[in-house]
Design a protein. Structure first.
Ligand SMILES: CC(C)(COP(=O)(O)OP(=O)(O)OC[C@H]1O[C@@H](n2cnc3c(N)ncnc32)[C@H](O)[C@@H]1OP(=O)(O)O)[C@@H](O)C(=O)NCCC(=O)NCCS
Length: 174
């Protein structure tokens, strides 16, 4: 029996999206241990410890779901981008980059690369996303990649802040 590679390599001009591996733990922990990162995500704990990194990287779901490490061709591991499909046929994409890499168009580049793979290889025609209302940068990333606001604002958990945060829902059509 051969394994199906659920998270293949995606290449963009500056980035490689690949399956996360246990040797990413050091950089993952260093970049994720930042309230400016964790506080914009639903389920990332803060403080982020080496134990959290090992637990996350050891999850076997990385083999089933498209969870990509974002790697810069020169600078190495920068963050993550992944898709969850809690409701069948309703893929929702999320991403983060470590603070040193913000503001250079990397998130937009990674998102466009992941969307290309989702439509061509994964055959999805609709992709959902959401960003906390106080996260203007992420809203801009999603708009640049072609997402549209649905007009829905829902309360979503933020583990790092320990509260629910208004979240603006967006949708992308292939
Ligand atoms: C949000 C995040 C992914 C952006 O990554 P990035 O690589 O800096 O994004 P890009 O450079 O591709 O684009 C950022 C855009 O937001 C804009 N922006 C940044 N701060 C902004 C603000 N306060 N208000 C409005 N726009 C802002 C930038 O100008 C840029 O748009 P432009 O190219 O039109 O000028 C990154 O900051 C991050 O990982 N943050 C923490 C985790 C997170 O928020 N994840 C997303 C959860 S929904």
């Amino acid at each position: 029996m051969c394994a199906i590679e659920a998270t293949p390599l995606i290449q963009t001009d500056r980035l490689i999206l690949r399956r996360p591996v246990i040797s990413d733990a050091g950089e993952l922990c260093q970049l994720a241990n930042d309230l400016g990162v964790a506080g914009m995500l639903s389920t990332m704990p803060y403080p982020y410890t080496p134990k959290h990194a090992d637990e996350f990287l050891g999850r076997e779901t990385h083999w089933r779901e498209p969870n990509f490490a974002i790697e810069h061709r020169e600078f190495g591991f920068m963050g993550m981008i992944g898709v969850s499909e809690k409701e069948p046929g309703r893929p929702e994409i999320g991403y983060w980059l470590g603070r040193p890499f913000w503001g250079r168009g990397y998130a937009t580049e990674a998102l466009r690369g992941a969307l290309g793979w989702m439509t061509s290889d994964w055959r999805r025609k609709v992709v959902w996303a959401g960003h906390f209302s106080d996260n203007k940068a992420s809203g801009q990333v999603l708009v640049k990649a072609g997402f549209l606001y649905t007009g829905d604002v829902v309360l979503q958990d933020c583990l790092a802040r320990g509260q629910q945060v208004p979240t603006r829902k967006m949708v992308w059509l292939a």
